[in-house]
Design a protein around this ligand. Structure first.
Ligand SMILES: [Zn+2]
Length: 259
């Protein structure tokens, strides 16, 4: 499921391929990937150019005159920019056609993602109850965000209304890199723990984005490529533990993340 690093890679891809070209039209073969009115989305995009790409948490927005194209990647969404309709990948359920003949396909096998039209971005973030983007805070802001929070640290990191961007995989990675077990209550985190989490969050996001979110290119001490039962901790070799935390299968090293 695309999380902050994946969506940042999509943002850079969209920015590198699809800005500043006139949109000729939108082809949709399954209306389930459109949120809101397809007619409004088409009308809002036709004849316009996308001028900037912005990410907030797991949401991607592309500015067009008078509003934003919103893209959410659900479980299996991705983007593909190419020249010919014959090159549309399977499950290209919505395709933006540009005047230069190129196509930007929204590819989504499970159709849990969507495209939509957002006239007012700030109002939308509020309606969706999204917290600050996970990379937008400074160290102090991150510490303040934890104040008065209840529950387990992993649930907090995955709560999009608290902090937008992390899901199951990258919250595990951040906790592993910070040496904190996923079930520790937020209220028990020291200032030092919060600083370790903040640093891990930035290091993990930067490294994953730098690797193009390819697990094979991630740093040697990352958990992401080792998320399977029986795998060993990349730091100490101890077998990783997989347990349900906040309803999701969570990996941790009992030795590097004691408690
Ligand atoms: Zn370990």
């Amino acid at each position: 499921m695309p999380e902050l690093p994946d969506v940042e890679v999509f943002r850079r891809y969209l920015e590198a391929t699809s800005l500043h070209q006139e949109i000729k039209g939108l082809e949709v073969d399954d209306g389930r990937v459109i949120r809101g009115s397809l007619a409004e989305l088409e009308r809002s995009l036709r004849g316009k150019k996308l001028s900037a790409a912005r990410r907030h948490g797991k949401h991607l927005f592309a500015a067009a005159d008078g509003g934003w194209l919103e893209l959410h990647f659900g479980m299996t969404g991705s983007l593909d920019y190419h020249r010919d309709a014959a090159d549309d990948p399977p499950y290209s359920h919505a395709v933006i056609r540009f005047a230069n003949g190129f196509r930007l396909a929204f590819v989504d096998r499970r159709k849990l993602g969507h495209l939509g039209w957002v006239p007012d971005l700030e109002a939308y973030l509020e309606e969706e109850d999204l917290g600050p983007d996970a990379l937008s805070l400074d160290r102090e802001g991150f510490r303040r965000l934890a104040e008065g929070r209840r529950g387990q640290v992993k649930c907090w990191l995955m709560d999009q209304s608290a902090l937008a961007g992390l899901g199951n995989v990258y919250s595990d990675e951040v906790l592993f890199q910070a040496g904190i077990p996923p079930r520790r209550p937020v209220a028990e985190l020291s200032g030092q723990d919060l600083d370790a989490l903040f640093d891990a969050l930035h290091r993990v996001a930067d490294s994953a984005i730098e690797a193009g979110v390819d697990p094979g290119r991630m740093p040697d001490d990352f958990l992401v490529p080792r998320r399977q039962p029986g795998a060993a901790c990349p730091r100490c070799g101890t077998p990783l533990e997989d347990r349900k935390v906040c309803g999701r299968t969570s990996y941790r090293c009992p030795r590097c993340q004691p408690g």
